[in-house]
Design a protein around this ligand. Structure first.
Ligand code: URA
Length: 439
């Protein structure tokens, strides 16, 4: 086979065979196909798209390019979740212990944040001692003993995706639906789940700004998973305003703990119950019509009785974290400066721009602009309002947790732009726009 022929077929709108896709992806991953030919191929895919069969072939090839996690000796039917990345998205911190408390074991490999979206590992590391790096044996042992593990990647999962993503990033070929869908799903398939709940964020603070595009992405991912024999659910959820009431690291852990104790912001609690409800129903392979409401009722009880919280505490202890911090979140890292930002007028909240709030958190040091940057666990933004809320002049809108006056000033400027207050009544934003099933 010749790379120029494979590139030309796609450039001219043709459909590639399974062998051609495997040949170019495996060749590139081995280093036999140079960057310039892979870049040309990616641009051809970007411009011409891929059929369902081609997208599945690309996903499977990337999923099989490295090690694959086999959870079957410990979890006969494994359920995973994946969020496409949002602002204030601490859902995994609440959902995984809750699902484990319902008796469904969870073994999750999470990532670090990059750009405006935060990562679960960074949040967990604000708990002193919490080890995100486990050996394969420790990872497996912990699921066996505790029914829950939440750590960084222990294996080299889908290395072809890592190599291809690095090239997409510098060749303006990231925002292609088949390339995004295959990238996400290759890692999910390699991580060994039998069923996957996808939380596809849509809005200003998400990768996908447009609902139709997000729906198309979700459908492609559901179809890939279904063809690969997985049970799939994709939720399309709002990311125009931050999720919950905090954006940062330690402050998000504190909010997750409050939620696991039966409190927390209403939107976060509801969001977590829906995601966890789908995971439990899939984990039990329950296809009855009431499976979701029944699972959500059971999970509500686990939240309110503190059993979800107990599981989180068990997780933190098992991974070496200081449980005194879980019992008393005031022990989490605290920023030296805390400033309240009031409303400048009375009215109804018309916008809390999630992207600008995320950029404010980034200015404070809560995220990383480049891979490898350090994050400050203590800083971030509390968001006390939601779109549609009535506010009096002077009521507190944001509380900023900052390390110094410079970052505080930069964050304040962004938060001023993020907020818009209207004299007219405003509709609250929906939490979910749609659910796509692949079962
Ligand atoms: N997340 C991924 O893992 N891959 C993409 O291509 C986009 C988002």
């Amino acid at each position: 086979m010749r790379a120029t022929d494979v590139i030309a077929t796609k450039r001219d709108g043709g459909e590639l065979s399974t062998e051609e896709i495997r040949w170019i992806v495996d060749g590139f991953t081995r280093g036999d196909i140079p960057d310039y030919q892979m870049a040309a191929w990616l641009m051809a895919v970007y411009l011409r798209g891929m059929s369902h069969r081609e997208t599945v072939d690309l996903t499977q090839t990337m999923a099989r390019s490295g090690e694959q996690l086999d959870l079957s000796p410990i979890i006969p039917y494994a359920v995973d979740k994946h969020s496409t990345g949002g602002v204030g998205d601490k859902v995994s911190l609440v959902v995984l212990p809750l699902v484990a408390a319902a008796g469904i074991p969870v073994a999750k490999m999470s990532g670090r944040g990059l750009g405006f979206s935060g990562g679960t590992l960074d949040k967990l590391e604000s708990i002193p001692g919490y080890r995100v790096t486990l050996t394969d044996d420790e990872f497996m042992q912990q699921v066996r003993e505790h029914g829950i593990v939440l750590a960084g990647q222990t294996k080299s999962l889908a290395p072809a995706d890592g190599a291809i993503y690095a090239l997409r990033d510098v060749t303006a070929t990231v925002s292609s639906l088949p390339l995004i869908a295959s990238s996400i799903m290759s890692k999910k398939l390699a991580a060994g789940a039998n069923a996957i709940v996808l939380d596809v964020k849509v809005g200003i603070g998400a990768f996908m700004h447009d609902l139709d595009e997000a729906r198309a992405l979700a459908q492609i991912m559901v179809d890939i998973g279904t063809t690969a024999g997985r049970k799939m659910v994709a939720l399309l959820s709002d990311m125009n305003q931050p999720l919950g009431a905090t954006v940062g690291n330690a402050i998000e852990v504190r909010e997750a703990i409050e939620t696991l104790r039966g409190g927390g912001p209403t939107d976060l609690r509801e969001h977590c119950l829906v995601v966890a409800g789908h995971m439990v129903r899939l984990g039990r392979q329950d296809i009855s019509p009431n499976a979701l409401p029944d699972a959500m009722a059971e999970l509500t009880e686990l939240l309110d009785s503190g059993r979800g919280f107990d599981k989180f505490r068990e997780l933190v202890a098992a991974q070496g974290g200081d449980v005194r911090v879980v019992d008393d979140p005031a022990r989490l890292p605290q920023a030296p400066i805390t400033v309240s930002i009031p409303a400048t007028q009375a009215g109804t909240i018309a916008q809390v721009n999630a992207l600008l709030v995320a950029q404010a958190a980034l200015e404070l040091g809560a995220g990383r602009a480049r891979k490898g940057d350090a994050v400050d666990p203590a800083v971030g933004v509390e968001v006390h309002i939601k779109v549609g809320d009535q506010v009096a002049a002077d009521s507190t809108i944001f509380t900023v947790h900052a390390a110094n006056d410079d970052t505080l000033a930069r964050a304040r400027a962004l938060l001023d732009q993020a907020l818009s207050i209207s004299p007219q009544p405003q509709e609250a934003l929906p939490m979910f726009y749609d659910t796509i099933y692949g079962e």
